[in-house]
Design a protein around this ligand. Structure first.
Ligand SMILES: [Zn+2]
Length: 188
């Protein structure tokens, strides 16, 4: 669902124990800096992994489709079903269905998932080695303003809509490794 969709209100929610404060009551929020840093590293790594996966699968399309910020066919944004970020981890679930096939994705590209994973990880290692500044651009200061994740990579600057927290440079991450799931959890 995109922000601005009619009938939907987008809010930031904080889950708390106990009685919720009254409207207008002052509250204090403490951020655990270590926890946030671990989420930030995972979140930046998640975006980089998506771009690296797009690049690893760039030759697996028979038709022209929308591209990502670096010019690869946008496998991640076309196939992503769920992305969940936890400290130092991100689990991203893709749906390889009829609509992706119709767009020209050649499913045989995934027959050798280990090879795809190796290409993805090699690209990630290059980016981690090179480093690159990361920032969030936003239209204005409203809580609901559109935010964009901008990362300067050797191949260009990214422009991924994102509401999360991030590192300020890829050099804050020691390494990024993706793994494909064991065969039994790959739903057909
Ligand atoms: Zn994000």
């Amino acid at each position: 669902m995109r922000t601005g969709t009619e009938g939907w209100t987008f809010v930031v929610a904080h889950i708390i124990d106990g009685t919720p404060p009254e409207t207008g009551e002052g509250v204090r929020i403490d951020v655990d800096p270590e926890h946030r840093a671990a989420l930030s590293r995972a979140h930046t790594a998640c975006h980089l992994a998506a771009l690296a996966l797009d690049a690893a699968l760039a030759g697996s399309w028979s038709k022209a489709v929308p591209t990502d910020a670096l010019g690869s066919p946008a496998f991640d944004s076309l196939a992503i079903q769920q992305s969940r970020i936890t400290p130092h981890h991100s689990v991203d679930i893709y749906r390889i269905g009829k609509s992706l096939r119709r767009k020209g994705f050649m499913v045989t590209a995934l027959d050798d998932l280990d090879a795809v994973t190796d290409r993805t990880n090699a690209q990630l290692a290059t980016w981690v080695g090179a480093g690159g500044p990361v920032r969030i651009d936003r239209d204005d200061d409203r809580l609901s303003s559109r935010r964009t994740w901008v990362c300067e990579l050797p191949g260009g600057s990214t422009d991924i809509p994102c509401g999360g927290t991030h590192v300020t440079n890829i050099t804050e991450i020691a390494g990024i490794t993706t793994r494909s799931p064991p065969a039994r959890s790959r739903a057909v």
